[in-house]
Design a binder for this molecule. Structure first.
Ligand SMILES: [Zn+2]
Length: 59
């Protein structure tokens, strides 16, 4: 199951750092809260494994 943690959708404008909440809106600025951002990389990237293996082999 996915995490219920949400992040203020306007945190870049309204806050210095992401504001996390469990409710539908930011408790700080009242903006909509959205599902926390997906991971910056895809852990299921089918090619990542090979890229990393290649890197290791070159050393
Ligand atoms: Zn906010």
């Amino acid at each position: 199951m996915k995490s219920d943690i949400r992040v203020c959708s306007a945190w870049r404008e309204a806050h210095d750092s992401p504001v996390y909440t469990l409710s539908d809106s930011c408790p700080d600025c009242g903006a909509d809260a959205e599902n926390s951002a997906p991971a910056p990389f895809d852990p299921n990237d089918p090619h990542g494994k090979y890229r990393r293996a290649l890197k290791r082999r070159r050393r």
